[in-house]
Ligand binder design. Structure first.
Ligand code: FAD
Ligand code: MLT
Ligand code: ZN
Length: 464
């Protein structure tokens, strides 16, 4: 192993290879601090050739490669758990914005670029990179592509898959494949990049990407609505979608428990509107004038139909940000509140109220001491049905209760976070044998020696 570490150190250059246990700790621990793995080293090459050389050296030595971006993933996909010999391959030194084409509405970046930096680079030329999520100050483009991340603007702009024009990847044998094309239309053969989007580091290392940009909208409207029930929340979502149409960017749901959790940590804060069981945060934007009038009409419609009880429309961008902070701090506040069982489910939108009612009753009655903290991207049918566990409840037992109900609702056990290692053992219950066989066939074809992120998504024994 010493010779591999010497080779990796030479590839990565000064400060590029970490081997001290204290230096490795944050890389082998997931964002929640729940999963702690083991690695021989953390390699931080500075370009795609360095990544390729690291992968080639590891493959030759029979050492697994676990790609890691900002380590904000919520499925333990970047955590080297139960691996005898693995390195973490961190993209954190690959942060160059390669080029930004304002006329072509595209940007080419290194995979280690942080999302917030890409948003800023686009903004500097009056363009918008629309992907947005609470971890945007740390999550990297490579990680966002590898998980096909969603976030709060999917309703209007789609998940990461819809925003990727081209990618550059390093295959498990060290080949660099350059697909950094900025083309809107390209039917020349298989669209192989789609395989890597959402592959969670199990097929190769994404080292670069060309992303779509949009016009930076001149007008923005943000509103918070108080609603009495989950049924009213989905009805109010339909009202604002009907009234705002293509101007609607996102529609987020959270319960009053999320508000209580925040106020417990920040007692100086006041509720932004009168207390309700649920809240809907609505974001709209447009380059055309008249958005504010449109937003007022949308709110009037849903109030008139009795779906919302109260609402506030932000008067400034500072007020918009203040309203968003109630939504964006939920995950951090959940982490502070102690152990929790995470769920990232999707069900048909109209069935969200029935799902919430049934899953809440099943969890809180079956697992003593638990409290449901449900929130999420209601316009995508994607609910983070997270559960505060208290002292006794066991996360995987709670997961099983929730996921059985998801199956009854013909939903998905992960809408945006991915399978990783957290949900791996449940995948077989939610995909048919034919689908699993197809996934294994892809894995074996691209990574026959099982170098890339073994144990994530697929069971390593099945992948042999
Ligand atoms: P990591 O956590 O480092 O890795 C995630 C996976 O991608 C791993 O399997 C890893 O092996 C693989 N990977 C990383 N980089 C590469 C690469 N260059 N090549 C190949 N594989 C790679 N997610 C959402 O979808 N929507 C949300 O709204 C959302 N909100 C969040 C809010 C908070 C507060 C937090 C902490 C997380 C949130 N997440 C959300 C989850 C997380 O931010 C996303 O999954 C994000 O895409 C992970 O990016 P990352 O760079 O941190 O990847
Ligand atoms: C979010 O939407 O804030 C995250 O994806 C959710 C989570 O913490 O489960
Ligand atoms: Zn989410």
């Amino acid at each position: 192993m010493d010779s591999l570490l010497t080779e990796l150190a030479a590839i990565c250059g000064p400060g590029g290879l970490l081997t001290e246990p204290a230096d490795l700790r944050s890389y082998v621990t997931d964002w929640r601090g729940v999963f702690v793995g083991n690695a021989l080293a953390v390699a931080r090459p500075s370009d795609a050739r360095g990544v390729a050389a690291c992968v080639r050296a590891c493959a030759a030595a029979g050492v697994a490669v676990v790609p890691q971006g900002g380590n904000t993933g919520l499925a333990a996909g970047a955590t080297p758990l139960d691996l005898e010999r693995a390195i973490v391959l961190s993209l954190s030194r690959m942060r160059t914005i390669r080029s930004c084409d304002a006329i072509g509405f595209s940007i080419a970046v290194d995979a280690g670029c942080v999302l917030a930096d890409v948003q800023s680079a686009a903004g500097a030329v009056q363009r918008l990179f629309p992907l947005s999520l609470a971890a945007e100050g740390s999550a990297q483009i490579g990680g966002l592509i590898a998980t096909n991340a969603g976030g709060t603007a999917v309703l209007r702009h789609g998940s990461m898959r819809a925003l990727v024009l081209g990618i550059e990847v390093v295959l498990p044998d060290g080949t660099i494949v350059d697909g950094m094309r900025a083309l809107r239309k390209d039917n020349a053969g298989y669209d192989w990049k789609q395989l890597f989007i959402g592959s969670e580091g199990t097929l190769g290392v994404i080292t670069g990407a060309v992303l779509r940009l949009f016009a930076k909208p001149a007008h923005r409207a943000t509103a918070l609505l108080g609603v009495a029930s989950a049924a009213d929340a989905v009805a109010a979502y339909a009202d604002v979608q009907e009234a705002l149409g293509e101007a609607l960017v996102g529609c987020e749901l959270f319960s009053d428990r999320a508000v209580e959790l925040r106020i417990a940590h920040e007692p100086q804060l006041h509720r932004p509107i009168a207390r309700h069981p649920w809240y809907l945060l609505v974001e709209a934007s447009s380059s055309l004038p008249g958005l504010r009038g449109g937003a007022e009409a949308a709110l009037a419609l849903t109030l008139e139909r009795g779906h919302a009880g109260d609402c506030v429309l932000a008067e400034s961008s500072a007020q918009s940000e203040a309203l968003w902070s109630w939504r964006e701090t939920i995950t951090e506040n959940e982490r502070r509140a102690g152990r929790s069982a995470k769920h990232d489910v999707s069900v048909p939108i109209s069935r969200i109220p029935a799902f919430l009612a049934r899953a809440t009753e099943a969890v809180e009655c079956t697992h003593a001491g638990t409290r449901v903290l449900a929130f999420g991207h209601v316009g995508d049918g994607n609910i983070h049905f997270n559960v505060l566990l208290g002292d006794r409840a066991v996360a995987h037992e709670v997961n099983a209760t929730v996921h059985a109900i998801v199956r009854d609702f013909s939903g998905s056990i992960t809408a945006e976070h991915g399978i990783g290692r957290y949900r791996r053992d449940e995948l077989a219950q939610h995909r048919s044998p034919a689908e699993l066989a197809l996934m294994l066939a892809v894995k074996r074809a691209v990574d026959p020696r099982g170098v890339m992120n073994p144990g994530a998504v697929l069971n390593p024994h099945d992948a042999d």
